[in-house]
Design a protein around this ligand. Structure first.
Ligand code: C2E
Ligand code: MG
Ligand code: MG
Length: 718
C-alpha cells in the first residue's frame, strides 16, 4: 500500500477520519478519470471503426452501383457517363472527363470521348476545348502517364507539374488538383477517367485504391461489351469486305423506308452485279476473285464518300448511305435523302466510271464492269423489300441490255419479270409433260447437193402458245439448270430417231446427227459418261453423232475444255464448233481444241453479198479450216447466190432455209421413204426459185400415203 494511504496515527481521531475521506475521494476521482478516459478511448475506437465501416460500405455501394448500371446500360458512353458522375459526387471532385484508347493509331493514343461531368460547366469552357483538342500519346500529360503505368496518378496541383500540357487552360479555369485512373481489360488500358478539383490536394491513398477498383470493374463491362459488339458486328457484316451484309442492309432499308413514309426525304437502292466475275474466278482462282471483290468494294466506298459530301453539302438532312455486299459479286447501295432519281443515277454513273480503270490482281491487269439497277422511293412502294426486288430487276435488265450499264426501274420490268417467272414454272413442268419436240434441219453437201445429215433443234409445244423457238426458253433453261435434263432428253431422242432412220433406210445409214450442247451442259462433271451411256443404249454408230459446242466453252478453263473434248472424241463422236465468228476465241486459239467441224455463223453468210469484208472473213475461215483439216458448214444459207459463192470458195457443206427449214421427224421419215437422196427444194419442186423446202416437206408428208409415184421426182443417192 502506498505511504499516502496509511492512516496518520499522530493526528486526532476526527481529523484522521476527514483525511481518510478526502483520500478516498481523490482515489475515487482518479478512478473515475481513468474509467472515463478509457471509455472515451473505447468510444473513439468504436466510432472510428464505425466510420471506417461506413466508408467501406459507401465504397462498396459505389462499386456496386457502377457495376449494376454498367450491366443495364446499353451504350458504353452511357456507362462512362454514369461512372464519371458517381465518382465525382462520391469524392467531391467538380470536374470529370473520359478518354478512350484509339486502337487504330500508332502509337495508340488516348482521345477525348467528350464525356464530361461538370459541376459548373460555365467555368470550364476553355479547359474543355483544350482537352477535346488534344490527343495523348503514352507518357504524355496526365492520361499518358496513366496509360504507361496502368495505375492511378495524382497531381497535388497541375500548375506545379512539368508534364501537364493543358496547364494554361487549367489555370484559367481555376483547376488545381487532378487525379486519373485507368480502365483495364486484362493488362491493357482501354480508357482513362480524369478528375479535377478547384484546390490543391494531397494524394489520398484510399481514394486511389478505390479508383483502381472502379477501373477494373469498368474494364470487365467494356470487355464483355466489346465481345458482344463483335458478335453483333460479325452477324451483320460480310467477313471478306467488312461491309454490312444482306441482313443489316435490309434493316437499314426498312428504317429509311419507314422514315420516307413519314414524309422525310426520298431514297434509292442501287443493285450492283459485276459482269463476267465468274470468269475471273474460273480463270485466276477464288483467291484472286476475293481480292477483286475487296478492291471493288473499296472503289464503291470511295464513290459513295465523294457523293456523300456532295449530297450533304446540298441537303439539310444528314445522309447516311449504306454500301453492302449481298454475297458473291453482288453489292447494294442505299442512298438516303436524294431529291429525285437523277441523284441516284449520278452515283451509278460515278461507279461505272470508277470501274473503268483496271485492277491489278496477282500481278495481272484485270478489267471489270458492273450492271447496275436503280429503284427509287419515287415509285411509292408498299414495302422495303419491293424496292430491293425492283432494283434487282433493273439490274437484270442492265445485263440483258449488254452489261456495263445502269438501268432505272420502271413498271414494265415488273411485268417482264412476272412473265419470266411463269415461263420458269411452266418450263419445269414441260419436261414431265413431254412438251418438248425435236425438229431436224438438213445439212447438205454443196459439191453434189446431197443430204449428209441433220441438226436436231428443240422446240417447246407450250400449251396455249404454240411452238416456242429455243431462243425463248434455252437461256432460261440454262439459268435454272433445267438444260441438263432437257439436253439429255434431246441427246437421247435425236440419237434414237436417227438410229431408226439409219436402220430403216439403207441410203440413210451414214446420215449424221448434230446435237447442240449448251455451256452449262458442258460443265457437267458426268457429261462424257452420259454421252457414252446414250450411245451405247441407243446402239448408234458414234461416228455419225456430232456434238455442237459454241466458243463459250473454250473460255474460262481452257485446259478442262480440251480434256473434256478429247474424252468425247475418244468415244468416237465428232465435234463441231457452232456459230463460229460470234464468240471470243481467236483463230490461233482454235488449233488447241480437237474439233472436226466448223460452222460459220449465219451473220457472215447473209452479209457476204453486200459486204466484201464478210466475204473476206468467210474466205479466211475456209482457208484456216482447210489448214486445220476441219470440215466447214455454212449456217443460214438462204439464197442460191450464197450457195454458189460458197461452193466456189470451196465450202463443203451448207445448212439453211435454201435447202430446208427445220422439220419434224415424220417429215424426214417421209422424205427418206420417198427418196434415196435429197436435194434442194427448188429441185424438189421443179420451178420454185428459192428455198421453200418446209412446204415441200410438209406437202410431201401430207401426200406421203396418197401419192405413190413421188419417189421418182427425188434426186439420186445420199
Ligand atoms: P444453232 O445451233 O446455230 O441452230 C441453227 C439455228 O439457225 C436454228 O434456229 C435454225 O432454225 C436457224 N436457221 C437455220 N437455217 C437458217 C436460215 O437459212 N435462216 C435463218 N434465219 N435461220 C436459220 P433455232 O432452231 O431457232 O435454234 C436457235 C438456237 O437454239 C440454236 O442455234 C442453238 O444454239 C439453240 N438450240 C436449239 N436446239 C437446242 C438444243 O437442243 N440444245 C441446246 N443446248 N441448244 C439448242
Ligand atoms: Mg447448232
Ligand atoms: Mg449455229
Amino acid at each position: 500500500m502506498p505511504a499516502s494511504h496509511l492512516p496518520d496515527v499522530t493526528a486526532p481521531k476526527s481529523e484522521l477520519a476527514a483525511d481518510a475521506c478526502a483520500q478516498e475521494l481523490t482515489r475515487l476521482r482518479r478512478r473515475l478519470d481513468r474509467e472515463r478516459s478509457s471509455r472515451l478511448e473505447a468510444e473513439t475506437i468504436a466510432e472510428n471503426g464505425l466510420r471506417e465501416l461506413y466508408a467501406k460500405q459507401q465504397e462498396l455501394q459505389l462499386l456496386e452501383q457502377i457495376a449494376t448500371a454498367a450491366n443495364q446500360t446499353i451504350s458504353i458512353r452511357d456507362v462512362f457517363q454514369y461512372a464519371l458522375t458517381q465518382v465525382c459526387e462520391f469524392m467531391g471532385w467538380p470536374v470529370g472527363h473520359v478518354y478512350l484508347l484509339d486502337r487504330t493509331s500508332h502509337p495508340q493514343r488516348l482521345r477525348s470521348m467528350a464525356i464530361w461531368h461538370e459541376a459548373h460547366p460555365e467555368r470550364n469552357a476553355e479547359f474543355r476545348l483544350a482537352t477535346e483538342a488534344t490527343e495523348f500519346a503514352p507518357d504524355i500529360g496526365l492520361p499518358g502517364r496513366v496509360q504507361t503505368t496502368a495505375r492511378p496518378v495524382w497531381l497535388n496541383d497541375v500548375v506545379d507539374d512539368a508534364n501537364f500540357p493543358r496547364m494554361r487552360s487549367a489555370r484559367q479555369c481555376g483547376l488545381k488538383a487532378a487525379c486519373a485512373f485507368p480502365v483495364l481489360t486484362g493488362q491493357e488500358v482501354v480508357a482513362v477517367l480524369e478528375f479535377f478539383a478547384e484546390k490543391a490536394l494531397e494524394p489520398d491513398q484510399r481514394q486511389m485504391r478505390l479508383m483502381a477498383q472502379i477501373g477494373v470493374q469498368l474494364g470487365r463491362v467494356i470487355e464483355r461489351r466489346y465481345s458482344e459488339d463483335q458478335l453483333i458486328h460479325d452477324a451483320s457484316h460480310d467477313p471478306l469486305t467488312g461491309l454490312p451484309n444482306r441482313a443489316l442492309f435490309r434493316d437499314r432499308l426498312n428504317q429509311v423506308f419507314a422514315r420516307s413514309k413519314r414524309g422525310k426525304a426520298g431514297f434509292a437502292v442501287l443493285f450492283i452485279d459485276l459482269d463476267r466475275f465468274k470468269l475471273v474466278n474460273d480463270s485466276l482462282g477464288h483467291l484472286a476473285g476475293d481480292t477483286l471483290i475487296v478492291e471493288v468494294a473499296a472503289r464503291l466506298q470511295a464513290c459513295l464518300r465523294r457523293e456523300d459530301t456532295m449530297v450533304r453539302a446540298s441537303s439539310a438532312v444528314e445522309g447516311e448511305n449504306t454500301l453492302a455486299r449481298l454475297g458473291g459479286d453482288e453489292f447494294t447501295i442505299l442512298l438516303t435523302d436524294i431529291r429525285d432519281p437523277t441523284d441516284a443515277i449520278r452515283v451509278a454513273d460515278r461507279i461505272q466510271e470508277a470501274l473503268l480503270q483496271s485492277f491489278t490482281i496477282e500481278g495481272q491487269e484485270i478489267y471489270t464492269s458492273a450492271s447496275i439497277g436503280v429503284a427509287t422511293s419515287a415509285a411509292n412502294y408498299r414495302s422495303a423489300d419491293d424496292v430491293l426486288r425492283d432494283a434487282d430487276l433493273a439490274m437484270y435488265r442492265a445485263k440483258a441490255m449488254g452489261k456495263a450499264r445502269s438501268e432505272l426501274y420502271d413498271q414494265t420490268m415488273h411485268l417482264v419479270a412476272l412473265k419470266r417467272l411463269q415461263l420458269e414454272t411452266d418450263l419445269r413442268q414441260a419436261l414431265q409433260n413431254s412438251e418438248f419436240v425435236l425438229q431436224y434441219q438438213p445439212i447438205m453437201s454443196l459439191k453434189d447437193q446431197k443430204l449428209t445429215g441433220f441438226e436436231a433443234l428443240v422446240r417447246w409445244r407450250r400449251p396455249g402458245c404454240g411452238l416456242v423457238p429455243p431462243g425463248d426458253f434455252i437461256p432460261v433453261a440454262e439459268e435454272t439448270g433445267l438444260i441438263v435434263p432437257l439436253g439429255l432428253w434431246v441427246l437421247r431422242e435425236a440419237c434414237r430417231t436417227t438410229r431408226r432412220w439409219q436402220q430403216e433406210f439403207p441410203q440413210a445409214s451414214h446420215l449424221t446427227i448434230s446435237i447442240n450442247l449448251s455451256a452449262r451442259q458442258f460443265t457437267q462433271p458426268d457429261l462424257v459418261e452420259q454421252v457414252r451411256r446414250v450411245i451405247e443404249e441407243v446402239g448408234i454408230d458414234p461416228r455419225t453423232v456430232r456434238l455442237e459446242v459454241t466458243e463459250s466453252v473454250t473460255m474460262g478453263n481452257a485446259e478442262r475444255a480440251i480434256r473434256v473434248l478429247s474424252q468425247l472424241k475418244q468415244l468416237g463422236v465428232r465435234l463441231s464448233l457452232d456459230d463460229f465468228g460470234t464468240g471470243y476465241s481467236s483463230l490461233s486459239y482454235l488449233q488447241r481444241f480437237p474439233l472436226d467441224v466448223l460452222k460459220i455463223d449465219r451473220s457472215f453468210i447473209s452479209a457476204m453479198s453486200h459486204s466484201p469484208e464478210s466475204l473476206q472473213i468467210v474466205n479466211t475461215i475456209l482457208n484456216l479450216a482447210r489448214n486445220l483439216g476441219m470440215d466447214v458448214v455454212a449456217e443460214g444459207t438462204e439464197r442460191e447466190a450464197e450457195v454458189t459463192q460458197l461452193k466456189a470458195m470451196g465450202c463443203d457443206f451448207g445448212q439453211g432455209y435454201f435447202f430446208s427449214k427445220p422439220v419434224d421427224a415424220t417429215a424426214v421419215t417421209s422424205l427418206l421413204r420417198h427418196s434415196d437422196g435429197f436435194a434442194p427444194a427448188r429441185q424438189l419442186n421443179g420451178e420454185r426459185p428459192e428455198g421453200h423446202s418446209l412446204e415441200s416437206l410438209s406437202e410431201l408428208e401430207a401426200r406421203d400415203a396418197a401419192v405413190e409415184g413421188l419417189p421418182e421426182r427425188f434426186p439420186t443417192s445420199v
